[in-house]
Design a protein around this ligand. Structure first.
Ligand SMILES: [Mg+2]
Length: 282
């Protein structure tokens, strides 16, 4: 299948869904003021655990949290892209600084959980007789990740997680496409190899960081702005590889225009980005 040569690694907040799930739950359940007041005093991940305890203290249930999560906005083209990539044989993973309960609830709601072979995120558990959600850091405080890039939060270095995924991809002869929007997505973007792809969300923090020094990124850079562009760009990368790697079996005439469109992608000289030798593998 066309996508059999790819591992696709998705950030979750503002990538799969169109909002930050932590902010969405906090705002939906009336904790915005408390959250804003406490944010300067503790790490984000610990603050979210505190917010969950506060919800329980106020009599809100796990069902209330789940209902808020199911209402989180999602661009319909993103689930379409996920399903199409899965159907093409890609290996899809989530790598997120949200938490397991939030992500599983939303993916289940949209019927997407089965498309992902793993979800790497902050662990969650339920206590107080099934009534209270607790959120823990991915890297425990007594085992800091020690990453020196400077853009990773203390509770999670996505780059370290991606290193393991890159080793798995290399052993399987697969290339990696990484999609994300935030500062925490910069470290993994730097660890991608030549032949991999990074899809930063245009105008978001990871895009700004990449633009500051494009030479630090070895992977091909393909920005996107919304679900439609994410879908189009991601599927073009996967299908283009099929043309290059399987010329005898790919329906070349029908897909060739996709290559032409890729040539004109605004990876953009005016944004200070290198113009990639598109259509040519390293
Ligand atoms: Mg994000």
């Amino acid at each position: 299948m066309a996508g059999g040569g790819f591992v696709l690694v998705f950030d979750f907040d503002k990538t799969i869904i169109d909002v930050d799930s932590d902010n969405w739950v906090v705002d939906s359940l009336g904790l915005t003021d408390l959250f804003d007041r406490l944010l300067p005093t503790m790490p984000w991940n610990a603050l979210m655990d505190t917010m969950m305890c506060e919800l329980h203290a106020r009599g809100r249930t796990l069902a209330d949290v789940a209902a808020a999560l199911r209402a989180a906005p999602i661009d319909a083209r993103v689930p379409a892209a996920v399903r199409a990539a899965h159907a093409l044989g890609c290996d899809l993973r989530v790598l997120s600084d949200a938490n397991a309960f939030f992500i599983d609830t939303i993916l289940d709601h949209h019927g997407l959980r089965g498309c992902f072979s793993e979800v790497n995120t902050n662990p969650s558990r339920v206590d107080a007789g099934g009534a209270r959600l607790r959120i823990a850091p991915y890297h425990p405080a007594d085992a800091p990740h020690g990453c020196g890039v400077g853009t990773c939060p203390p509770n999670m270095c996505k780059g370290l997680v991606l290193d393991r995924i890159l080793r798995e991809a290399e052993a399987a002869g697969k290339r990696v496409v990484y999609l994300g929007d935030g500062r925490g997505d910069y470290c993994p973007a730097l660890r991608l190899r030549k032949g991999d792809f990074v899809m930063p969300r245009r105008g978001f923090p990871v895009w700004d960081l990449i633009c500051e020094d494009p030479a630090r990124v070895q992977a091909e850079v393909h920005p996107w702005s919304d679900g439609a562009e994410l879908e189009e760009t991601l599927l073009r990368i996967v299908r283009r590889a099929a043309i290059v790697e399987e010329p005898a079996t790919a329906p070349a005439p029908a897909l060739l225009p996709l290559d032409c469109k890729l040539e004109s992608l605004p990876v953009a000289a005016q944004d200070g980005m290198p113009v990639m030798p598109l259509g040519v593998k390293n």
